[in-house]
Design a protein around this ligand. Sequence first.
Ligand SMILES: Nc1nc2c(ncn2[C@@H]2O[C@H](COP(=O)(O)OP(=O)(O)OP(=O)(O)O)[C@@H](O)[C@H]2O)c(=O)[nH]1
Ligand SMILES: [Zn+2]
Length: 376
Amino acid sequence: MFNAASDNRNNLSNLNDSAASPLAGYGWTAELDELFAPFAMAGLVAARIVRVDRGQCDAVLADPETGEPRTVRADTRQVGDADMINCPCTGDWAAVDLSAGLPMPAVVALLPRSTAIIRKVAGKRSDGQVLAANVDTVVVAASLAAEPDLGRIERFLALAWESGAEPLVALTKADLVNDADFIRAEVEAAAPGVTVLVVSAETGEGMDVLRACTPGTTAVLGQSGVGKSTLTNALAGAEVMAVQEARSGDQKGRHTTTARELVPLPGGGVLIDTPGLREVGLYGGEGVALAFADIEALAEGCRFHDCHHDSEPGCAVRAALADGSLPERRMESYRKLQRENDWIASRSDARLASARLKKWKTITKTMRAAGGPVKR
Ligand SMILES: Nc1nc2c(ncn2[C@@H]2O[C@H](COP(=O)(O)OP(=O)(O)OP(=O)(O)O)[C@@H](O)[C@H]2O)c(=O)[nH]1
Ligand SMILES: [Zn+2]
């Protein structure tokens, strides 16, 4: 006899198959096939989160009826978490319950992330916030139309390295300057091990190389007005993101992108456009060391392995500063970001300790209410 339920499950597992999956264009992989298998068995559907709002999200999934990618609005309250880092975000892979009877589809689980771009939230608090998940390449966009802010680029790169994704710098609006190569060399010195591309969405310069450098999932980070949305539109070959109206003079304009959006690209891969970030606080980790790999390598040559590069004899870092091969500006930037990282690390310890204390208090309270630990 025809068994609708098992037939439906077969369909679902076919749809979730990496190569055949309609979500292949959204970054679905064989590894995700495996991770998702238990959820597929439970009749849940795999989806990629395109954007999040309060308690809800837009997620793209393979429609079980048509097999075509479809965007659904889904409730995310079941996967909400007190720690913002664990909350759903753009780029997350999710298990969605499409069962009839629910007021709307619901996200019931998030799959483990391969990478995550995390910043410290703005202001004095030390909490982390995920900007995008499961990203392969982070494009740090900076405009050639203004003096390059190397410190800011270094900060974005530290964040990018820390995410686990591959960083890349795109210097935008090349059509507005004549000395792009000079600026590129300056930026390259502040970005060891990172490809620095010169692009113009206006003339198309460098866009093919950028396209070739960004397979899989790419997130674009950068200040407001550097042309992130324009890049996204150029790569998507369509007006998917609203672009600012040019403001005369500074080429900066007002803030337009308000949400992180995941956009499929015609040649494969997806792009996550992010709103221009005013504050990009670091959230600890190895990102700073990776972004300043040149200084870390110099420090290997210091006489003392715990050299602070202050007044110790035989300091290779100070020697490089003295002969000019390491710019003072870069050294100061390194120290500043390191201090920031240390501060966040001390705060995380404090936070963990207080969370543990709270948990302990609840346990003791429960035990007391129950008449103390059971004695045998
Ligand atoms: N000449 C020139 N102008 C560009 C280029 N790319 C972007 N612009 C202009 O720069 C301005 C800002 O572009 P957006 O793409 O909105 O910048 P954004 O980084 O997305 O800004 P937010 O959404 O606020 O974060 C707009 O007026 C664009 O037309 C380019 O390659 N050449
Ligand atoms: Zn030293």
